[in-house]
Ligand binder design. Structure first.
Ligand code: ACM
Length: 743
């Protein structure tokens, strides 16, 4: 204990010394890749006297306008020089810049307007709420050329002004791609002059929230119908956004979904579906040439609005069921010598790619565009994990990494019990920050195909603009640093300090960020101590006291202050809360720990756990920790379709009196109780004796979040416990359980 104390004292002293005049004072996000501090500070209380060199008049005016909006420009201010250096001598993208602060003033130099713009953003962050800035020399360039954010404007519509406000912040944090999800079943959002029904009907629906609409008949209404919810962007508005973003060095990439996620199109143009009837399909008929005529006409108008090199064509989550039964689709498969329906989908993507290429554009699509064979020049957006990006890069294609586990900002960012309803999953800011977009599987040569990284904000459960900001920030700041800063220059603890300073600034500017957690984090260890679990508590907010109880009551000013790992034997409920002196300053967070005899024992997965819901790995089912109300809280293990089947090795043959596991049912995210559970025991891991077979009696339609124990009690002997849960057979359904408790 004493040793720890001395060590932590040293750490405190060391970190204080480190902080003196360093990055912590600059608070830049993303962290620059090269910073050298000088001795002294520049007083900027009378503003800046800005001069430009080698910059054309129009560009200089735009850059100075950005400065004027945030700092005082006055002849009596400190000298601020913006200098364009030899643009032709450096390879694209010219996004690097140099920023020097010394007694002469500030010098920002770059070989491109983008570089100068980023230098200005760094300066604006440095001067935020200050009257002096430290002498410093920054030489900075991004790690990735593609640094993106996607907003889904189909599920819920947001105003153009709101999007401009988000573009402002993206630019401030040096992001440079806005992926605009403009079309999807819940509403078409971009004016297409040739097809007026897209915005006249398919942009309007019966219910304001996606959830209510999804649970209803999913009907579209003519624009102007009283109560109709929706909206769209006119072509002029879209051009205005493109221009606004371009001034901020952000490219707007439009997404037009095909062949799936197209219910809204097929409701108004049913002849483009395999059935020919409205409200029957979400996929275009690929056998029908009119589908291509429609898509190419739409893309022609889209290309005219958006100068972006990439046009995103969706490509995700298409059902192939209608194509299997459609004579025209089958005829296309035959005529083109395609292998199957995956080949048919690939045919559409390849044909659309040819069209885009003929217009000088490149196709970008979700990783399903790999199925059935990738189009020759396509770029893959890897969302179902990293494999899409890996496959693309290994076959010489470019990829943008957006794996759900790290980049889907529609997931909860804190304890779901404290948050507005989200689609599920758990993505705290620290996890976003931890992401490295270059998969370890790639060679250095292959890694060059990783263009960058993007955050995706799907909006099923995000009905208001305020809520969009709440889900985006501050996680987008973490993503900005992932995209810009070299891994060796990143540090979570350092970032946490900077992001904690950035949050009040965002609030001052009128944004609605989630505030970094004042919740207590739990971690625990079951390996090192016999018959006990060691619980460690921590917090993002320091300094603050954590008080805790172990009897289920809420902590108060008399509860012990946490001072180091606590051993909790047997069954204990730990409730912990941040305190500012005597007063609670955060929500109470509760975890239940159950000691039992399978704790920490080896578990063999006869069916693999889904990597998205591994809850930390192979000890998750025997770690003594019970899951919370959300399947995505990192304490539940999830298994898809085939159910689960594990064998636990108790280490020696012994008496066994009970085996229990708790399952979740939550039909929104497709989680059902198992159809049946089988519990068996064995001495040799070969011959098993069945102890119990328990059938589920809860309806698959039962809504809400339900929990049920499936267990056995009795007297048996054995070394190996096999616990098998058979999924209920609903296609794509999940089985979730948190712990297998053995006594
Ligand atoms: C996706 O999340 N369906 C790309």
């Amino acid at each position: 204990m004493k040793k720890y104390f001395v060590l932590s004292l040293l750490l405190v002293l060391f970190s204080c010394k480190q902080k003196e005049g360093t990055q912590v004072e600059l608070n830049l996000i993303p962290k620059p890749n090269n910073t050298e501090f000088g001795k002294g500070n520049l007083n900027i209380s009378s503003g800046f006297n800005a001069v430009t060199k080698n910059i054309d008049t129009e560009s200089a005016e735009i850059l100075l306008t950005f400065l004027k909006n945030s700092v005082t420009i006055s002849p009596s201010g400190k000298k601020l020089q913006l200098v364009m250096e030899n643009p032709s001598e450096l390879p694209a993208p010219h996004e690097s810049y140099m920023l020097t602060v010394n007694s002469d003033g500030v010098l920002i130099s770059a070989s491109s307007e983008a570089g100068l713009f980023y230098g200005i953003q760094s300066l604006l962050q440095m001067v935020e709420n200050r009257t002096s800035i430290p002498f410093v020399k920054i030489e900075d360039a991004p790690r990735f050329s593609y640094r993106g954010a996607m907003i889904d404007c189909s599920r819920h519509f947001v105003s153009l002004d709101f999007l401009k406000k988000q573009i402002d912040l993206m630019a401030y944090y040096k992001l440079n791609r806005f992926h605009w999800h403009l079309t999807d079943g819940p509403g078409w959002r971009i004016e297409i002059k040739k097809y007026p029904e897209l915005t006249g009907i398919a942009a309007w629906r019966t219910h304001a929230t996606w959830k209510e609409w999804w649970d209803s008949e999913r009907i579209y209404l003519p624009e102007g119908t009283p109560g109709a919810y929706g909206g769209y962007y006119t072509q002029d508005e879209a051009r205005e956004l493109v221009c606004y973003a371009a001034e901020r060095h952000i490219t707007v990439i439009p997404e037009i979904e095909m062949p799936g996620h197209s219910e809204e199109v097929l409701a108004v143009y049913p002849h483009l579906s395999c059935t020919g009837k409205p409200y029957t399909s979400s996929e275009f008929c690929i056998g029908n040439d009119q589908t291509f005529e429609f898509l190419e006409n739409v893309l022609t108008e889209v290309i005219d609005i958006f100068p972006s090199e990439f046009i995103h064509v969706g490509g995700d989550e298409a059902s192939r069921e209608h194509w299997k039964k459609c004579p025209e689709c089958q005829a296309r498969i035959k005529a083109e010598g395609l292998k199957d329906e995956a080949g048919l989908q690939s045919y559409l993507i390849k044909r659309i790619e040819k069209f885009l290429n003929s217009k000088g554009r490149k196709l970008l699509g979700w990783d399903e565009i790999l199925d059935g064979g990738l189009a020759p020049d396509a770029t893959v957006m890897s969302w179902r994990g990293e494999q899409g990006g890996i496959t693309a890069a290994q076959s010489g294609h470019d990829a943008v990494m957006t794996p759900g586990e790290f980049c889907y900002f529609d997931a909860y960012q804190a304890n779901p019990g404290t948050q507005p309803e989200a689609i599920g999953g758990f993505l705290p800011i620290e996890k976003v920050y931890s992401y490295d977009p270059v998969p370890a599987a790639l060679s250095a040569e292959e890694a060059k195909h990783i263009l960058g990284v993007q955050a995706n904000l799907w909006a099923e459960y995000i009905p208001t603009e305020q809520h969009v900001e709440y889900m985006l920030y501050p996680r987008l700041l973490a993503l900005a640093e992932v995209a810009w800063t070299q891994p060796g220059n990143k540090s979570w603890t350092d970032f946490r300090t900077r992001v904690n300073s950035a949050i009040p600034v965002l609030q001052q500017k009128g944004y609605n960020p989630f505030t970094l957690s004042n919740e207590v984090d739990f971690s625990h260890d079951t390996d090192s101590v016999e018959n006990a679990i060691t619980v460690t508590l921590s917090t993002e907010k320091a300094p603050a006291d954590i008080r805790y109880t172990t009897d289920g009551s809420l902590p108060d000013a008399q509860s012990p202050v946490y001072s180091g790992p606590v051993q909790v034997p047997d069954s204990v409920i730990v409730t912990a809360q941040l305190f500012d002196g005597e007063k609670p300053s955060g929500p109470a967070v509760t975890r239940r720990f159950d000691y039992h005899k399978a704790i920490g024992k080896p578990v063999f997965y006869n069916i693999p756990v889904n990597p998205y819901y591994a809850a930390g790995g192979e000890k998750a089912l025997v770690n003594g920790l019970t899951g919370g109300l959300s399947h995505g809280d990192g304490r539940w293990q999830g298994f898809m379709t085939n159910g689960m089947d594990v064998t636990i090795d108790l280490g020696s043959t012994q008496s066994v009196y009970s085996v229990n596991a708790r399952f979740m049912q939550s039909i929104g995210p497709w989680i059902w109780f198992p159809k049946e559970v089988v519990i068996a025991v064995s001495d040799d891991n070969k011959m098993f004796t069945e102890l119990s077979r328990i059938k589920n009696s809860v309806s698959e339609k039962e809504a809400g979040t339900l929990f049920q124990n499936f267990g056995w009690q009795g007297a048996a002997r054995g070394r190996y416990i096999r616990y098998k849960a058979i999924a209920n057979g609903i296609k794509g359904g999940w089985v979730f359980l948190d712990e297998i408790v053995v006594w």
